[in-house]
Design a protein around this ligand. Structure first.
Ligand SMILES: Cc1cc2nc3c(=O)[nH]c(=O)nc-3n(C[C@H](O)[C@H](O)[C@H](O)COP(=O)(O)OP(=O)(O)OC[C@H]3O[C@@H](n4cnc5c(N)ncnc54)[C@H](O)[C@@H]3O)c2cc1C
Length: 258
């Protein structure tokens, strides 16, 4: 059994766990992120980072870095019903500070966060490390037990254990936490539809990168099914106000301290 001692153990290498790990390691906190999957190509978790996310990344000084990864930018949306335009919007009219959504499959986003954190000496990320139980001492959680690659048991002892293992969190269940629901101004419809043979040619999108990196063949090919997530426009209207500058790129440079 592999046993290590650290300051912070984060269970779950999704956006929440990896970003927290990155921010802690940036401040020289010893941190390990445990991700159950072997790669970031896990269940479909969407592909669009909305302006609110761009705003957050900008505040953290990470927007320029993320925009250097393979992505495509959406500036406007059109809703067609039976071929007729039923409505349209432009992000420039709604969020002038971040007038675009970033079309970036989540595996690319997660890999970028992991790559950014990897050189930091106090950061570790174990892929294929699935946590199965908590270690408790005197009524306090002091670590986790799990298995790496399905066969290598490990024990992590930590001052702080963070459950970032998603909506069906095992840690929440093991720690007997109750869910506290916070209202969010989003309307989401989530459904899965069978792939029509014609869909790949309709939905393929080119992704580009300022660094010239690309996906396989420079194109994103959707899987055999589509999982659709429809988010209401109200979410865009509820963005916090940010100060405007006449030159967005100068704002990006000013905030980048990585
Ligand atoms: C179908 C769908 C479409 C979406 N579309 C979008 C979109 O377009 N844009 C957008 O911004 N958001 C979208 N979302 C929401 C977004 O995916 C979530 O908000 C985000 O992934 C939540 O991040 P998280 O890190 O909290 O959890 P998750 O992304 O769920 O990550 C949790 C991680 O924990 C790992 N894990 C779980 N249990 C264990 C364990 N026992 N041990 C170790 N690791 C474990 C999992 O493997 C997973 O990688 C979508 C969500 C869904 C379901």
């Amino acid at each position: 059994m592999t046993t290590i001692q650290t300051s912070v153990c984060i269970v779950g290498g999704g956006p929440a766990g990896l970003l927290l790990g990155l921010l802690l390691a940036k401040r020289n906190v010893d941190v390990i992120v445990l991700e159950g999957h072997e790669t970031f190509e896990r269940e479909f978790r969407g592909e669009v980072l909305q302006p609110s996310t761009a705003h957050l990344l900008d505040e953290l000084g990470l927007l320029e870095y993320i925009l250097a990864q393979p992505h495509s930018t959406l500036n406007e949306g059109i809703v067609r019903i039976n071929g007729t335009i039923a409505g349209k919007f432009a992000f420039a009219n709604i969020v002038p500070e971040y007038p675009y959504a970033i079309w970036m499959p989540q595996p690319i986003f997660l890999q970028a966060l992991a790559d950014k954190a990897a050189p930091l000496p106090s950061f570790q990320c174990w892929m294929g490390a699935r946590v199965g139980s908590l270690i408790e001492a005197d009524g306090t959680i002091v670590g986790v037990h799990g298995t790496r690659h399905g066969r290598e048991p490990f024990e992590i002892r930590a001052d702080v254990v963070v459950g970032a293992d998603g909506r069906y969190s095992a840690l929440r269940r093991l720690g007997q936490f109750e869910i506290e629901y916070q209202h969010h101004d989003f309307d989401i419809i989530w459904f899965v539809i069978e792939q029509h043979p014609d869909i790949p040619t309709i939905f393929r999108r080119d992704l580009h990168s300022r660094q010239g990196r690309g996906l396989t063949g420079g194109r994103l090919v959707l899987p055999q099914w589509l999982s659709m997530c429809v988010v209401s426009i109200r979410s865009l209207l509820s963005l916090p106000q940010v100060s405007r500058t006449s030159n967005p790129s100068s704002r990006l440079k000013a905030r980048s301290s990585w």
